[in-house]
Each structure stands twice: as C-alpha cells, then as structure tokens.
Design a protein around this ligand. Structure first.
Ligand code: IMP
Ligand code: MG
Length: 171
C-alpha cells in the first residue's frame, strides 16, 4: 500500500522530549508508574521513559477489541494486565493513538477502580474525527484530524510498525 510521511522521526523525537520535560517537571519528587498500552506504544514508550529526568517504574497492559482492522468495535477485553500493584501509585497511562476513545477509557476506568493515588493520560497522537467518548488527555503529542497512520509502532494488520516515521496510508 502507498504511504506518505506525515510526522518525521525528527519531529517525533523533539515532541517526545517536550512531553518528557513536562512530565518530569509535573512529577518532580515522585516516582510515577508509566503503563504502556501494548503493542503500538512500544517505541514511543521507550523513547519517552528514557527521556524523563525523574525515576519511574514501567509496566504494560493490553486490550483487544473485536471486529475490523481499522476501527474499534466497542467490545473490549483485557488480554494482558499490569503486574505492578497499582494501589496508591501515581499512574501515567501511555498510548500511541486515540481514535474513538473506547479502548483508553475502558483501560483507565479499569485501573482507577484499583485505587491508584492518581491517573494521568499521555498519548502521542490524538486523532479526533471518529471520537465517540471524550478522553481527558493530560499530555498530547500531536493532534491529527483523520487518516489511518502507520509507523513508529502503529500498524495496519501488524504491518509497518518498524517504520521510523509516522506515515499515512493511502488507498
Ligand atoms: P480507539 O479505541 O478507537 O481509540 O482505538 C485505539 C486503538 O486503535 C489504538 O491504540 C490503535 O491500536 C488503533 N488505531 C486507531 N487508529 C489507528 C491508526 O490510525 N493507525 C493504527 N492504529 C490505530
Ligand atoms: Mg494501541
């Protein structure tokens, strides 16, 4: 399929540094637990965590939604849970892209039910056109209106995750 670079690796890296600076300043003196939503988040997550100037812990969670490849169907289940006990911890949930908002809201609600001290949300890309549920994003990388994006962890049917730039798929 045809691809066109939408956000270059240089733009990504400079945005990741900005986000890391904000988070490091907001959490000065604390040790947040960053929770990455697998699989798409992996490269963003690694770059972000290594750019923080504060100590942190990391863990991962994974949800799966039934249905087609390009959109969430709204039926979501947890397929991999975090392993660090989150009660009393300052959590930052990190995702690659928010589309309808259903997956992230489902996971955040699930985590909040376990009595963490706080929960904030960090997403690299806020894709707005198909939003169905409002998502309270605390740290946002890029805002994109539409399009199907691949690269820097984002996939289309498990393809293209390895691309270093974020590209838009055509056709
Ligand atoms: P949501 O529940 O609709 O917000 O879906 C979020 C998930 O759908 C993301 O974490 C991605 O895994 C996937 N997704 C949504 N839009 C895109 C895209 O443009 N490219 C790749 N994956 C996407
Ligand atoms: Mg994802």
């Amino acid at each position: 399929m045809e691809k066109k670079v939408l956000i270059s690796r240089h733009e990504i890296q400079s945005k990741v540094k900005d986000l890391a600076r904000q988070i490091s300043s907001d959490y000065a003196g604390k040790e947040p637990v960053l929770i990455g939503i697998l699989n798409g988040v992996v490269f963003f997550f690694a770059d972000l965590v290594m750019s923080l100037s504060i100590p942190s812990k990391i863990d991962f969670i994974r949800a799966s939604s039934y249905g087609s490849n390009k959109a969430s169907s709204g039926m979501i289940k947890l397929v991999k849970d975090v392993e660090i006990p989150v009660k009393g911890q300052d959590l930052i949930v990190v995702d690659d892209i928010v589309d309808t908002g259903l997956t992230l809201n489902y996971l955040v609600k699930n985590l909040k039910s376990r009595e963490p001290a706080s929960v904030k949300i960090c997403v690299l890309i806020d894709k707005t056109e198909r939003r169905e549920q409002e998502v309270a994003i605390d740290y946002r990388g890029f805002k994109v209106q539409e399009g199907f994006l691949v690269g820097y962890g984002l996939d289309y049917a498990e393809q293209y995750r390895y691309l270093p730039d974020i590209c838009v798929l055509k056709g």
